[in-house]
Write a protein that binds this ligand. Structure first.
Ligand SMILES: Cc1cc2nc3c(=O)[nH]c(=O)nc-3n(C[C@H](O)[C@H](O)[C@H](O)COP(=O)(O)OP(=O)(O)OC[C@H]3O[C@@H](n4cnc5c(N)ncnc54)[C@H](O)[C@@H]3O)c2cc1C
Length: 298
């Protein structure tokens, strides 16, 4: 139809053109076939023999050099380490703060490594949130017993203190996120810096024994960096000598307080102090969330 349409030729000419088209098509098909065969032949030849002597020699040298590289990376490391121009132990002591600290760190890490069932981190990425929380609490409980045996205390205000140094050695050895971490990262430092001596006297021993486990509730849904804008109020009740804490709006909802959901039984809540209808700005309030012994919500 196409040919007839294009050439409008006579019947005989049309037959000749058709024959010519069939011949051209066959030539193209044979060309394709030869090309494919040539390609397969080329590939198999390449696989068996590199094309020239130069290429072959280069390939052999490459393979020989490759076989010289040790498969065990530790061998490579060992070789590099044997070439050191300094004593690595001196650097270790420098980083730890001295030979005594290196010794203590290794002692503490050894204790953690000696407890691979509790302190294992191997399945961390495969546990559900609840299983991970449960296991992290088991780690926390074991950590406390190690702290008792090593006489590590965490409520000392002096940050250069030996106890805190050893506590951080212990945490580095455990190398996992514990649901209680806000307790020593935010809660205890807050009690230290903003609470009165008489308040500290009864709060800190409870923190030390982990009877009181705290979190820090400052950020609100609508207020992060803008701490002055916090909307949660703590209104003083003259008659009962108490405070009523209240987040009256959606934007004043406390947001991000790690540990609050499942673990902590107390919170330091940052709220605007209101006395007789007047705001005195943000202050810290200790709020009990759960029963200390039973851990049930209040
Ligand atoms: C992992 C994690 C854990 C947290 N745990 C706690 C917790 O336990 N308790 C708690 O109370 N909060 C917690 N927070 C909240 C945290 O303190 C807030 O995220 C932080 O205060 C910043 O607030 P935002 O996220 O609302 O950011 P925004 O304040 O909205 O800031 C957003 C961006 O704007 C910039 N910005 C803000 N203000 C200004 C300005 N005036 N000028 C120029 N740039 C500005 C900021 O630098 C930032 O880049 C946690 C947050 C994270 C990520």
């Amino acid at each position: 139809m196409y040919l007839r349409g294009v050439f409008r030729a006579s019947g005989r000419t049309e037959t000749r053109i058709k024959k010519l088209a069939v011949i051209c098509y066959s030539i193209i098909q044979i060309g394709n076939l030869l090309h494919t065969l040539r390609y397969h032949f080329f590939c198999s030849t390449m696989a068996m023999n590199p094309p020239t002597h130069t290429h072959r020699a280069a390939t052999l040298t490459y393979l020989q050099n490759l076989s010289k590289i040790p498969l065990n990376p530790n061998l490579t490391l060992t070789k590099e380490r044997s070439n050191l121009s300094f004593d690595p132990l001196l650097i270790t002591h420098l980083l730890d703060g001295g030979p005594a600290q290196t010794h203590r760190r290794r002692q503490i890490e050894h204790l953690v490594q000696g407890d691979p069932v509790i302190f294992s981190n191997q399945t961390n990425n495969h546990l559900s949130r609840l299983s991970r929380h449960k296991r992290a609490l088991a780690k926390h409980a074991r950590m406390i017993s190690l702290m008792t045996s090593l006489n590590i205390k965490i409520t000392d205000p002096d940050e250069t203190n030996k106890h805190l140094e050893e506590f951080s050695m212990l945490l580095n050895g455990i190398a996992d996120d514990l649901p209680t971490s806000l307790h020593w990262v935010m809660f205890i430092p807050n009690i230290h810096s903003l609470f009165s001596d008489s308040q500290k006297a009864w709060i800190l021993p409870m923190c030390e024994r982990f009877e009181m486990i705290g979190c820090y509730a400052q950020t609100e849904l609508g207020h992060g960096s803008n701490v002055r804008g916090l909307e949660t109020t703590a209104t003083y009740n003259n008659f009962s000598d108490t405070f009523t804490l209240h987040s009256p709006t959606l934007t004043s909802l406390k947001f991000w307080p790690g540990s609050l959901g499942l673990t902590s039984n107390h919170a330091v809540v940052i709220a605007q102090l209101i006395i007789d209808g007047k705001s005195y700005g943000n202050h810290n309030f200790l709020v009990q969330l759960r029963e200390v012994s039973e851990r049930s919500e209040l």
